[in-house]
Ligand binder design. Sequence first.
Ligand code: KIV
Length: 276
Amino acid sequence: MDYIGSTSVDPRKVTTFRLQEMKSAGQKIVCLTAYDALIARILDESGIDVILVGDSLGNVVQGLETTIPVTLDEIIYHTKAVVRGAKRPLIIADMPFMSYQVSVDEAFANAGRIMKETGCGGVKLEGATEITLQAIRRMTESGIPVMGHVGLTPQSIHKFGSYRARGKDPQEAESIFKDAVNLEQAGAFAVVLEKIPAELAKKITQTLKIPTIGIGAGPHCDGQILVYTDMVGLTIDFNPRFVRRYARLYETILNACKKYAEDIRNLNFPNESESY
Ligand code: KIV
């Protein structure tokens, strides 16, 4: 398989063990979200290391305002599709709101369902409450790899009231730092740092042995993740400063659809060679 612009992509299947090796070797970990087999295949071919089936699917696929309503069954459905589409990347499924907060037993059972029914390589959950940390211990002891997520945690939108950057004041920064350390101690194999100051992300990255994956957390993280629809310019109403657009697919698709409609209305499609 060819990886445009990068001849150094290791063709082996990405595992949590491999991510640890990449951190130790100072190789950046490249991550994106995906929600279906079609895009997962493209991400795989491009050499992406980790695909997250994020609960951002609520915002970008389902047209919801928040990630709160996303269900476990929906995450399982989309993760199955992504697993069918991608072979090399490590595929991680987000645990939706209320699928891991009620009790350790419930969190454990739900993570087990995700692993058994989808064939993905691990789960991600937000925050570091006592129940969450206990659940992570139970999952990792039983062979379920867990990715943590601190800083801006979109499932807590109603607690914070906004999607502002986190950890700008020293008290909040200290609490995010402690959460990241606690996640590592509970057994997480990596931790997402979302929308926090670059210096705080640097301190966490230098302190933790496990890889940090940043989104709006500056250049010092061990890896980076973006929501793929933002990165390819399919979403146009979401413009935080941490999103870099590598394509303008909204416009491309819009223009293609307009041309298609024009051709049908002007009797230019289908032509003779497109007919039987
Ligand atoms: O749901 C999601 O896509 C995420 C990433 C933005 C990290 O949690």
